[in-house]
Design a protein around this ligand. Structure first.
Ligand code: CS2
Length: 486
């Protein structure tokens, strides 16, 4: 029993420095449905909703947890209030009131569909991670994915977010209601069009007319989302208790920096985004390519190389001079040439700002967290930079090293008998166990993963040689980097 748990009733007792909802929650209406109730959603989109609600009561969120009831259970006795800690030298605590309802998809399908169907729902957003899209190696809907196979059987129960969207849109269309806008907030290139194609492909299996309607009438603007959000841990819970005076069962934390760029299409102009710091722009690709390749690409490189070098967090890895030098050269020499500087974004400035964010000592961002789901992340974070470097005849040895470090990481997990958080975990662990430290053979095994590394890339001898060389170096040197001495 926590007598001073955060809730509507105790909110007034939070310490004065804690920011709280600047609106009356009871008068807010749910106009926004969100799939994927992870920390990122609660730290990012819900924060923007919280600010929108200060001027417009239509933007309260109904959030759908696709699998677990953990967050719903934790927030149930808090009236769905929770604390967001913005990490900086002096942290800012903010109680977020934007969640007005939490649904757990496996148990509450009718309620989810009622929200999807209801015309008051104008915006549907997603943070379901790369794997939640059920895509194949070419970025198209994987019709053999078990969840898609299941949902296409159409026995009434839906598992995948793709199935929810297709069925929700079908019902909307059947009622003659206007569609909602769908905004993917995951780190995928061209996330909007990719999602639209996946939902339309799903619909086409049963109803080609619905698929055409989705293609033509439903808006899926591209977006770029950015804010470093370390997982919640016991320290955060203790900190919130100490600094707010209230117990919060599941607070979230992120760096103070936050960015949301949405493609400026007419359907996206449904809220006063500008007033809350969201950028609307015609050309999101400038931002999303830079974000994926610089922030996420460097994160993944730091994660795999950093873990091999015995580091635990991003800031710790950045205090390792060789590793910091490696990642800076990776970005400036191998990634930046594939990106264009525009009026909106100066790549050199962007890289420097990113490295500064990584160095932030107030943030304990676990490398192990970033290392999750490598088979889904690397193809969008590192491989495009390699493909472009190859075709332009530019160097890519450091990018190859990051990829080789992922292979070493997988093998390490396999040999330790450990677990791997990855949709292909079983296959990867078996592959890792089969490796014998003969670089050519081990790398060839990984390059055979066609849904991770496309054949068009793995068949390029120069690529295979570079990865094999990097792999050899990592193994022989205990993850010493190129310029280091014995
Ligand atoms: C990270 C991202 O975990 C990861 O893979 O690279 O979550 C990253 O922190 C966010 O995309 C930053 O916006």
């Amino acid at each position: 029993m926590n007598p001073m748990q955060l809730s509507e009733a105790t909110l007034a007792q939070a310490r004065a420095a804690v920011a709280r909802p600047g609106y009356v929650r009871e008068t807010c209406r749910v106009g926004w449905l969100h799939f994927g109730l992870g920390a990122f959603h609660r730290a990012h989109q819900a924060y923007y909703a919280d600010r929108l609600l200060e001027q417009d009561p239509r933007w309260a969120i109904s959030a759908v947890a696709l699998h677990s009831s953990g967050v719903r259970d934790a927030l149930a006795s808090q009236d769905d209030l929770y604390c967001l800690v913005e990490l900086a030298e002096t942290a800012q605590l903010r109680v977020i009131g934007a969640l007005r309802e939490i649904l757990v998809a496996p148990r509450e399908q009718p309620a989810v569909f009622a929200r999807l169907e209801g015309p008051e729902t104008r915006l549907v957003t997603l943070t379901v991670t790369e794997k939640g899209y059920c895509l194949d190696g070419d970025g198209r809907l994987d019709l053999e994915h078990p969840d898609i196979v299941h949902d296409l059987r159409a026995d009434g129960e839906v598992r995948s977010v793709i199935g929810f969207l297709a069925e929700g849109l079908r019902r909307r269309r059947a009622r003659g209601a206007a569609p909602f806008v769908v905004v993917s907030c995951d780190n995928l290139p061209d996330n909007g069009p990719t999602l639209r194609a996946a939902v339309a492909a799903f619909a086409a299996e049963h109803d080609p007319a619905l698929a055409r309607w989705i293609e033509q009438e439903v808006s899926f603007p591209r977006t770029m989302v950015d804010s470093i959000t370390p997982a919640t841990d016991a320290n955060l819970i203790a900190r919130v208790r100490a600094e707010s005076g209230l117990y919060d069962a599941w607070p979230v934390q992120r760096e103070r920096f936050t960015q949301w760029v949405i493609e400026d299409v007419p359907a996206a102009r449904i809220a006063d985004w500008d007033a809350v710091g969201v950028t609307l722009t015609r050309d999101v690709s400038v931002y999303d390519r830079a974000k994926l390749r610089v922030v996420n690409g460097a994160h993944s490189a730091l994660a795999y190389v950093g873990l091999l070098r015995g580091h635990a967090t991003v800031a710790e890895a950045m205090r390792d001079p060789q590793l910091a030098h490696y990642v800076e050269c990776l970005l400036c020499e191998e990634v930046a040439p594939s990106l264009r500087t525009s009026g909106a974004l100066d790549i050199a400035v962007y890289i420097e700002a990113t490295l500064e964010r990584f160095r932030n000592p107030s943030i304990r961002h676990q490398l192990a967290q970033i290392a999750w789901d490598g088979s889904k992340k690397l193809p969008v974070r590192l491989l495009p930079s390699i493909v472009e470097a190859l075709s332009a005849g530019r160097p890519f040895a450091r990018l190859a090293l990051a990829l080789a470090a992922w292979m070493r990481f997988v093998i390490g997990r396999a040999r330790a008998g450990g677990e791997l958080t990855d949709p292909h975990a079983l296959r990867l662990l078996a592959l890792g166990r089969a490796c014998t430290d003969v670089p050519e053979q081990d790398v060839a095994r990984f390059l055979g993963l066609e849904d991770v590394i496309p054949r068009t890339l793995s068949a390029v001898p120069q690529f295979e040689t570079a990865v094999t060389e990097a792999y050899r170096m990592l193994g022989a040197s205990g993850a010493r980097l190129g310029t280091e001495r014995e």
